[in-house]
Design a protein around this ligand. Structure first.
Ligand SMILES: [Zn+2]
Length: 334
């Protein structure tokens, strides 16, 4: 490794050091004023400076050229693996939370996890930390990005394949002024977050875009090949569509993720997203997401092979309607 040299005379502030037993310790968990810490890069002695004025940090006791980034990069990931591994062995949870469309979700990333691997070369690329289930499947990956070297293409590959990706706050992590709980509290979740878990207040809520697509398609498998329904509120959650035995969670960004389609703004109050799925039999399924001033409904209609795919979007109809469900009914039945 090529070490970057610093000419600056100011003392760099390090967030991380090794304890005498070789274990990585973030400065937040170091003993104030204690000596005996060791730099993982140069093996030099470090001291924990936890005064009242400066941000808490470690300092080299002798002159050194190690950068805070390389010190953190060398051992912070190992600390995270050890910390999560301890919880895993004790069967204790590690929660992350995330917000979609102002709804907050949380999940225990250690659920069903039996191994935690640093720098694993997966089929989709190298991951900083990979949490694996017993059968070898990936529950999620964790991105540390301490040196801001995360390759966005690799990240997109993981998220594109629906792997949940937990992204840690790089600056806070590098500073060492964290513990496991505060670090995970600040994490972002991207990719297949819906695979991490169900909301506790509504455990049957369907968040998986694949299942949402499947449920909407199944709704029009049999005659009369039409479905419509309002998005309702259950408990604290809004935008829920009941389809057969499913409760689909369909805020507009979820609809875009699962179904997609183009916006048609029919008036100041009325916006309809329309998607069309070609079917293997030559027919098509038309899907409508109706938003009338925040009152929402969904319509699905299957057109058989040879039927003309159409929707009645004439202005005269909309102006008299006050409920999205009426408009959805019209689109499904017309
Ligand atoms: Zn050093």
């Amino acid at each position: 490794m090529v070490r970057r040299r610093r000419q600056s005379s100011s003392q760099p502030m390090y967030g991380w050091a090794l304890a005498p037993n070789g274990r990585p310790v973030p400065i937040a968990m170091a003993e104030r004023g204690a000596h005996g810490y060791i730099c993982p890069i140069c093996d030099g002695p470090m001291i924990a400076k936890k005064g009242n004025i400066n941000q808490h940090h470690y300092a080299h006791e002798n002159i050194s050229n190690c950068t805070p980034e390389e010190v953190a990069h060398a051992i912070a990931g190992k600390w995270l693996v050890l910390s999560l591994g301890t919880l895993m062995v004790l069967r204790e949870p590690a929660y992350v939370s995330w917000t979609v469309n102002s709804d907050t979700f949380s999940a225990n990333i250690l659920l069903d996890v039996t191994s935690i691997v640093e720098n694993m070369q997966t089929d989709l690329g190298r991951a900083d930390i990979t949490l694996l289930r017993r059968d070898g499947s990936i529950r999620c990956i964790i991105v540390l990005d301490i040196e801001r070297t995360m390759d966005t293409h690799t990240l997109a590959r993981f998220t594109g394949y629906g792997i949940p990706v937990v992204i840690l706050p790089a600056d806070a992590f590098r500073s060492g002024n964290i513990n496991l709980g505060s670090l995970l509290d600040m994490a972002e979740v991207q990719g297949g977050w819906w695979l991490l878990g169900q909301p506790e207040d509504l455990p049957d809520l369907e968040l998986n875009p694949d299942v949402i697509r499947q449920a909407l398609g199944e709704a029009v498998t049999y005659p009369p090949y039409r479905f419509w329904g309002p998005l309702t509120k259950m408990g604290m959650r809004e935008n829920i569509l009941r389809v057969n035995n499913y409760l689909l969670w369909l805020p507009e960004n979820m609809w875009q993720l699962a179904v997609g389609g183009a916006h048609h703004k029919l008036s100041d109050d009325l916006d309809i997203v329309i998607q069309e799925w070609s079917q293997p039999d030559g027919g098509a399924i038309a899907l409508y997401y109706v938003d009338l001033k925040g009152n929402k409904a969904v319509a699905v209609r299957r057109f058989l092979p040879g039927e003309h795919v159409h929707a009645s979007l004439s202005a005269g109809f909309w102006t008299r309607r006050t409920k999205a469900e009426e408009i959805a009914y019209h689109l499904a039945m017309d």
